[in-house]
Structure formats: C-alpha cells, structure tokens
Write a protein that binds this ligand. Structure first.
Ligand code: DC
Length: 230
C-alpha cells in the first residue's frame, strides 16, 4: 500500500449522497475514484448470473478474487464498468443486485479477497474512496475520513424521487423498509460492519444539500493540506 498517496475515505449507509459527493470530489481534485460498493455488486451480479447460492462462501470468494472488471472514466458521464467484456454499468444498479450485494458483502472471505484490489486504487495523485469500511478497514491511515449520515426516511424519499415513485404508495413503503433492513444487515455483520471510524468527521446530509457537503469536504481537504487549491 502506498501510504504517501493521500486518501479521502467516505463511508455511510446507502442513499446518503456518497456517490454524488465522491464523483464531484474526484472530478474537482482530479484524483482517482474507488466505488467499492460496485465491487460487491459485481460479485453479486456474477453470482446471480452463474446461479451461485448467495451463501456459498468458497465459490463467491473465488469470484471476488478473479473478477475480470475494468473501470473506465467517461468524462462528464461518470464511470463505465465492464465485466468480462460486458458493459454492466446499469445492470449492477438494479435493486435485486443491491440486495444480493448486501448478502455477499457479509461473507468474510469475499471481503478478504477484495481488500488488496481496493488498496491498489491508491495511486498518485490521490484517491477518493467510497464505501462502508474505507476509514475503518481498507484505508485506516487515510488522512481524512468522512462519515455521511441521513435519516432512513430522507434516504427513502431521495430514492423514490430518483425512481419517480410517489411518497404515499406501497412502492415507497417497500423502498423504506428495504433501506431499514439493508442498514441493519450492513451494520450488524461480524466482519467490517458499517460504522464511523473514531477519527471520522460525521456530516448529516438530512438537512444539508449536496453542495454544502461538497464545500465542507473541500474545506477539510484544504485545512489538512491534502491538496493545494489556487
Ligand atoms: O454502496 P452500494 O449500495 O453500491 O453497496 C452495495 C452493497 O455492498 C451494500 O449493501 C453494502 C456493501 N458494501 C460493503 O459492505 N462494503 C463496502 N465498502 C461497500 C459496499
């Protein structure tokens, strides 16, 4: 691991705005971006396609170790994800894949086999790392750790708005209950549970807009001299 290269670790539950923040930071700083959730989603998608049981830890650990993935930054559009020659950028965002990802992410051997792959993203000039255990496990020496929070209700409303689902519908109730059960699974698993590192700066995005969160992050990056801004 190259400890000289700065990392900003950004952790928190799903729907809290991490993805948007991390993409904006990596574009502003021109640093690399690690979307670690995408790795768990890719293992899950492979498992679903190969009909591997989601608790078959040995097979899934092998899938995680071999994952033939390529991340390609498409300027202005985000990151294109290619799995074994197939563009899966959209497929991995489906709810069923997210649900399966949360299950495979609870398996210690899967996590262990993704560890070095995640650390390999730490290359000059710097890395923005998006996930659940960036500050606690993957980059414990990161010079800046952010932990984003927001109430489950706010996150469900954001997700519903993205999907154009009305807030008083049965679909909204399902989105809300799925968020609660996924939070519980991510926070209660034995290996690398979702929690803020002791030295993380906690930002509640329930009230703050994403622009405010971005400005706060930039201020912290400047204060800690991780990057010089003109
Ligand atoms: O951030 P996301 O929704 O793409 O993550 C998908 C799943 O992967 C989510 O249930 C939590 C899990 N995950 C994890 O356990 N550790 C990470 N560093 C990133 C994601």
């Amino acid at each position: 691991m190259n400890r000289v290269v700065p990392v900003v670790a950004v952790d928190g539950p799903s729907g809290v705005g991490k993805g948007t923040l991390c993409l904006a930071l990596s574009e502003r700083l021109r640093w690399h971006l690690l979307d670690s959730g995408a790795l768990y989603r890719l293992v899950a998608l492979s498992a679903l396609r190969q009909r591997t049981a989601l608790d078959d830890e040995a097979t899934l650990a092998g899938t995680a170790r071999r994952l033939p993935v390529r991340f390609e930054v498409v300027p202005g559009q985000g990151v294109r994800i290619d799995l074994d020659g197939d563009d899966v950028t959209r497929a991995i965002r489906e709810e069923a894949v997210g649900e399966a990802a949360s299950r495979v992410a609870a398996l210690p051997l899967v996590r262990a086999n993704l560890l070095e792959r995640q650390r390999d993203f730490r290359t000059a000039p710097g890395l923005i790392a998006d996930g659940r255990d960036m500050g606690t496990v993957v980059f414990p020496d990161a010079p800046l750790k952010l932990f984003l929070t927001a109430s489950a209700e706010v996150r469900a409303k954001r997700r519903a708005a993205q999907l154009s689902v009305p807030e008083n519908s049965a679909t909204f109730e399902k989105i809300y209950s799925d968020i609660i059960s996924r939070d519980q699974r991510d926070a209660s698993r034995a290996t690398a549970p979702l929690k803020a590192a002791d030295d993380a700066v906690v930002l509640d995005t329930s009230e703050l807009g994403i622009d405010d969160v971005f400005e706060q992050a930039i201020e912290l990056i400047a204060e800690r001299r991780l990057k010089q801004f003109d």
